[in-house]
Design a protein around this ligand. Structure first.
Ligand code: 3PG
Length: 216
C-alpha cells in the first residue's frame, strides 16, 4: 500500500510544479488534448479536471495517454467511487472541496494522493491529525482570502496550501506572499469561451502569464 507520507510527498511535488493549478470544467472531451498541450506549452503542467461534466473522465484518460509533460489530476472528488474511477482513468492526484469521513477512509485505501479542501482552522487540524499537510484552502476568497490564510501560518505551521476559489491574476500575488502557500488554483486559465472556440493560443497565453506570476 502507498503510505500517506509517500502520497503527501507526491502531492507536494505536484503543487511545486508551477504557481497555478488550472481548475478545468470540460464540456467536450475532444478539447482535452489540445487544451492540455496549450497549458503545458505555456509552462503549466499540473491540470485539475473536475468531475462536473460527463466528459471529465474521458478528458483525464486522453490527457494521461497523449499529453507529454502533463500531470493530470481529478477535481471535485466527493467520495471513494470518484477516486477509483479517476485512478483508473490515469489521474495522478485528486482534489476535493472539503472532506467527509467516507472520503478520507477511501483515500487511505487509494494509491491516488488527495489534496483535501479546508476552510477553517478546525478542518485544518482534523486533516493534520489524519496525516495531511498539503491542503486546498477552499473557497479561498469567500472564506476570508489571504488575510485568513496568513493568520493560519503561525498557529498551523505544518500546513501548506493551494488556495482556490475567487483567485485571479489580480489577487494571486497576495497569496504568493504568504509562507504557507505553495501554489494557487483557478479556473481563469481555461475559460469556457476559449475552450468552445478552440482558442488554444489564447489558453497558452493565459498559462504563460500564470507561470510567471510567482516571484515577479
Ligand atoms: C472551483 O471549485 O470552481 C474552483 O475553486 C475554481 O474557482 P474559480 O472559478 O473562482 O477560480
Amino acid at each position: 500500500m502507498t503510505t500517506m507520507e509517500t502520497k503527501q510527498n507526491q502531492v507536494g511535488a505536484v503543487m511545486r510544479l508551477a504557481p497555478v493549478i488550472p481548475v478545468v470544467i470540460i464540456e467536450d472531451a475532444a478539447h482535452a488534448v489540445p487544451m492540455a498541450r496549450a497549458l503545458v506549452a505555456g509552462g503549466i503542467p499540473a491540470i485539475e479536471v473536475t468531475l462536473r461534466t460527463p466528459a471529465a473522465l474521458d478528458a483525464i484518460r486522453a490527457i494521461a495517454a497523449e499529453v507529454e509533460g502533463a500531470v493530470v489530476g481529478v477535481g471535485t472528488v466527493l467520495g471513494g467511487k470518484d477516486l477509483d474511477a479517476a485512478a483508473r482513468a490515469g489521474a495522478r492526484f485528486a482534489v476535493s472541496p472539503g472532506v467527509s469521513p467516507g472520503l478520507l477512509d477511501a483515500a487511505d485505501d487509494s494509491a491516488l494522493p488527495l489534496l483535501p479542501g479546508a476552510a477553517t482552522a478546525s478542518e485544518v487540524m482534523h486533516l493534520l491529525e489524519r496525516g495531511y499537510r498539503h491542503l486546498k484552502f477552499f473557497p479561498a476568497v469567500p472564506a476570508g482570502g489571504a488575510k485568513l490564510l496568513g493568520a493560519w501560518a503561525s498557529p498551523l505551521p505544518p500546513a501548506r496550501f493551494c488556495p482556490t476559489g475567487g483567485i485571479s491574476v489580480g489577487n494571486a500575488k497576495d497569496f504568493f506572499a504568504l509562507p504557507n502557500v505553495l501554489c494557487v488554483g483557478g479556473s481563469w486559465l481555461t475559460p469556457a469561451d476559449k475552450l468552445k472556440a478552440g482558442d488554444w493560443a489564447g489558453v497558452e497565453q493565459l498559462a504563460r502569464e500564470a507561470a510567471a506570476l510567482r516571484g515577479g
